[in-house]
Design a protein around this ligand. Structure first.
Ligand SMILES: NC(=O)c1ccc[n+]([C@@H]2O[C@H](COP(=O)([O-])OP(=O)(O)OC[C@H]3O[C@@H](n4cnc5c(N)ncnc54)[C@H](OP(=O)(O)O)[C@@H]3O)[C@@H](O)[C@H]2O)c1
Length: 315
């Protein structure tokens, strides 16, 4: 059965979580300090989950946690530092998380960077695929045994984008060392990688307690656009102008987080592991995003490059 038709473009995260009792569960949201992440944390905590909010900046994360408590959100919110563009940080985070927590029951891979100038992570990965795909892949690898050990339904939700339609995977040159870099091409590649990762993960996890999903959240005016509109006063002005002119087409962050919440809690999705969602409904992504040969190749290459980077870290 697909998710209720009552869930659609207008649905907010708080609406999508209605009816879910997450008491006794632990959720982890990457990039929980901004945009869709804040609304995702809010909805999960409102439904009773203990939420681990990860943020590059603990200060920014704490500010959001305090703000949500002030709004009356009752669930426990714990802030932990995590930089996905640094595998040493991912490793340090996982170690600290696993020392104190179980699972998580719900792992929401939400953090992302969009259309930045050509740059590289600490481990030498192109910044967009490095953060959006490699960082989340490494985190998942490290937390998965603990998720399986829960022996109860658990889910991994990968926040992708319709921008996957603009990208293609070049397995020989994932990091733009040989082809010409374009900010949108690299974003598209990273978001296509997100969908292929979720599909391969779902396949690998068949018969286990853990399911995986990916999604497009809609178009929402968040700080994600910083590399597009610029920063400072000019960026602020463009962002506000876009909010006004784009009002009929833009979702609010609360609406933007609804599809992540549907993927995380909808009981109707339990037998649909691997699907891609849009507006809280199952959608068919592009052909490239359904290519399971490429999903397997990308998985192998990601594992290989992460193992190589790990060797450098420990040498
Ligand atoms: N907004 C949209 O229209 C839209 C459309 C399609 C898909 N998406 C996807 O939705 C997700 C959330 O985006 P958003 O719109 O909520 O953007 P946002 O407000 O900019 O939030 C992105 C989050 O990711 C974090 N992040 C960036 N680089 C990171 C790193 N190296 N390590 C750890 N965290 C990092 C950011 O941290 P800082 O605050 O420290 O920068 C922030 O918390 C992204 O995956 C994005 O690709 C958004």
């Amino acid at each position: 059965m697909a998710p209720s038709k009552k869930l659609n473009w207008h649905t907010t995260a708080l609406h999508a979580v209605q009816g879910a009792n997450l008491a006794g569960k632990t959720s982890l949201v990457t990039g929980g300090n901004s945009g869709l992440g804040v609304e995702t944390v809010k909805a999960l905590a409102t439904a009773g989950s203990r939420v681990v909010l990860t943020s590059r900046s603990v200060e920014a994360g704490n500010k959001v946690a305090e703000q949500l408590r002030a709004e009356g959100v009752k669930g426990q919110i714990k802030v932990m530092q995590l930089d996905l563009a640094d595998l040493a940080s991912v490793k340090k985070f996982s170690k600290a998380y696993l020392a104190e927590e179980r699972g998580p029951d719900l792992l929401i891979l939400n953090a992302g960077v969009m259309a930045c100038p050509q740059s590289y992570t600490k481990d030498g990965f192109e910044m967009q695929i490095g953060t959006n795909h490699f960082g989340h892949f490494a985190l998942t690898q490290q937390l998965l045994p603990s998720m399986k050990a829960l022996r109860r339904p658990a889910r991994i939700v990968v926040v992708s984008s319709r921008a996957h339609e603009m990208g293609s995977i070049d397995i020989q040159d994932l990091h733009y060392r040989h082809r010409r870099y374009t900010a949108w091409g690299a974003y598209g590649q990273s978001k296509l990688a997100n969908i292929l990762f979720a599909k391969q993960l779902a396949k690998n996890l068949e018969g286990t307690n853990v399911k995986a999903f990916s999604l497009h959240p809609g178009v929402i005016n968040t700080p994600l656009t910083r590399h597009v509109y610029g920063t400072g006063f000019a960026g602020w002005a463009v962002q506000n102008l876009v909010s006004i002119v784009g009002y009929p087409w833009l979702k609010s962050p609360a609406q933007g987080a609804a599809t992540s919440i549907t993927a995380a809690v909808s009981p109707d999705l339990e037998s649909h592991s691997g699907v891609y969602l849009h507006d809280s409904q199952i959608k068919v992504p592009t052909k490239a995003a359904q290519d399971m040969d490429m999903a397997a190749e990308l998985w192998k290459e990601t594992e290989r490059e992460l193992a190589e980077a790990e060797k450098k870290l420990t040498s």
